[in-house]
Design a protein around this ligand. Structure first.
Ligand code: XIL
Length: 517
């Protein structure tokens, strides 16, 4: 206790010395899950912004660096603000971005660049900078590129922090204490769903090494997924592959160092594992697709990339058969191949090298090398959106023709406000009608602020989704949440999981348990 007080005291003293750091509060956060929120495309007319659910905004049709997503803000002159945003682009190896302000006085506009950063292909990258506005009539904050005038890109979590006590600029609510109804022993999710389907979670690598966290996971979940540790960027050994490529361009070197702690625990404790993921455009080293594994050289031919794909899938699956027999019961063979804008195959490195049949080829190789009985899944998000759903269904139909796919994984990264239960239900019914196995692979449901009301809405939606999947219990292999505690979630600011930061079960936890009864 005394040590705790000491830490508190130190934090207070530090806070007093570093006012910017300790006293800044978030006063605005973009809410792209609730519409454009005042954001528009700054341009001569060609650029367009559109929502990219669940939380992002997409801009395309740009012809100039300043053609950008922007919004008017009532900034107070002389106030020290901090601005942050996450940006992502898919078209260049690297692109530079800036947060800028266009301010005007008496009709004359002038500009300042406030934050800079370089975003690698496919990676959400945070820009952050400080800004104390001078005296102007109007302020437009916007996110622009440097020497990439036609690049399409995404932004999310545009945030403004200001001094403590400032009026909020958007509907960020104050946190309210929430009563947690815990009486007696905590029910177990895996037991509640026993005989129906597996209930699981993803676990990040660092927690897979914690005996305490894993003992808790073992008590609650019958299936686990490494959150990042079986993705190609964790498994592909680029340096090793580069050496092998001197002899054979199709050779691939792999290692499983990051995934081992979770796999070892699962093996020792009889917990199933769902593998995520063999083939994906994201979290995959760019070098994988280039001659000599060298990003300075051209993309490899279809023949070589097919060779690398087969070798990669073979080595991963053979390693698992040899070292962890029976542990990995299912795999996401391909993840997120359909593009949100066009609803066609995304123009990824896979399409650029192998071509449009890369999904079918991945399933062919996975079937060839997976242990018998391993379930092979295609996994994607935004299935509840009709256009994307059509694209996903078209893809599934083409893969089903070859007979190597078993199921479809609904990611379901949702918000309490979006999508509607009606559209989620329609999506599940449609895919279920295709006679594929089903899973909810990455369930989380975001709220904008912690309050009793939001916790209840979140619980209701979790309950509705569980009841929907229970209608298909015979066809469903698992429902998995994407994380355990809110603060460990990839969307921590959205408090989207079943347990709060202290590990207390939230109303959503009890709603999931009750749905099974
Ligand atoms: C996320 C992880 O949770 C993060 O830790 C990581 O930084 C980015 O990827 N769809 C997927 C998952 O298929 O692999 C993603 O996981 C979340 C979206």
């Amino acid at each position: 206790m005394r040590r705790f007080l000491c830490v508190l005291l130190m934090a207070a003293v530090l806070g007093a010395c570093l006012p910017g750091l300790a006293e800044n509060e978030m006063i605005y956060q973009s809410a792209f899950n609730q519409g454009l929120d005042g954001w528009y495309a700054r341009s001569g007319g060609s650029a367009q912004v559109e929502l990219l659910p669940p939380t992002a905004l997409h801009i395309r049709g740009r012809q100039s660096d300043w053609h950008s997503p922007g919004r008017d803000f009532d900034l107070v002159p002389g106030t020290p603000y901090t601005l942050t945003v996450q940006v992502r682009q898919q078209e260049m190896d690297e692109a530079q971005f800036m947060i800028s302000v266009a301010h005007s006085s008496g009709g004359a506009e002038s500009y300042e660049n406030l934050a800079r950063g370089t975003a690698k292909r496919g990676e959400w990258t945070t820009l952050s900078g400080d800004y104390t506005p001078g005296l102007f009539d109007r302020y437009v904050l916007y996110v622009e590129t440097v020497n990439a005038p036609s690049l399409s890109f995404d932004i999310r979590f545009f945030r403004i922090y200001g001094p403590e006590g400032m009026e909020k600029m958007s509907n960020i609510k104050e946190e309210e204490p929430v009563l947690l109804p815990v009486e007696g022993e905590l029910p177990s999710l895996k037991e509640a769903y026993a005989g129906k389907f597996d209930f699981g979670a993803c676990v990040p690598g660092h927690l897979a090494r914690s005996q305490e966290a894993m003992a808790f996971n073992a008590s609650q979940f019958s299936i686990l997924t490494p959150e990042n540790e079986l993705k190609p960027d964790a498994v592909l050994d680029v340096n090793g592959s580069r050496k092998l490529a001197a002899e054979d361009e199709t050779a691939v070197a792999v290692h499983f160092d990051s995934a081992k702690p979770l796999l070892d625990y699962a093996q020792a404790h009889g917990i199933k594992v769902h593998g995520h993921v063999l083939v994906w455009h994201s979290q995959t080293p760019e070098a994988f697709f280039h001659e000599g594994y060298d990003t300075g050289k051209p993309l490899v031919s279809r023949e070589i990339m097919l060779g690398r794909m087969e070798n990669y899938i073979r080595q991963v699956l053979e390693y698992m058969k040899e070292n962890y027999p029976g542990v990995i019961v299912s795999w996401d063979v391909v993840n997120e191949a359909i593009d949100d804008g066009t609803n066609q195959l995304r123009a990824s490195n896979w399409v650029k090298t192998v071509g449009e049949d890369f999904v079918c080829r991945a399933f062919e190789f996975a079937r060839k090398y997976a242990a018998e009985g391993t379930l092979l899944y295609y996994n994607d998000y935004n299935t509840a959106m009709p256009g994307k759903q059509n694209g996903i269904v078209r893809l599934l139909e083409s893969v089903m023709e070859e007979g190597n796919i078993d199921g479809y994984g609904f990611q379901m990264h949702h918000e309490i406000t979006f999508p509607s239960m009606a559209s989620i239900t329609a999506a599940v019914r449609r895919i279920a009608g295709m006679k594929l196995r089903l899973r909810v692979s990455e369930l989380d449901i975001g709220i904008n602020a912690v309050s009793n009301e939001n916790y209840q809405k979140q619980a209701a939606m979790y309950g509705d989704i569980m009841r929907l999947m229970l209608e298909y219990a015979d066809q469903t292999d698992a429902v998995q949440v994407w994380g355990v505690r809110d603060n460990q979630s990839w969307r921590a600011d959205k408090h989207p999981l079943l347990f709060d930061a202290q590990g207390n079960p939230k109303p959503a936890f009890f709603a999931v348990v009750e749905a099974a009864q």
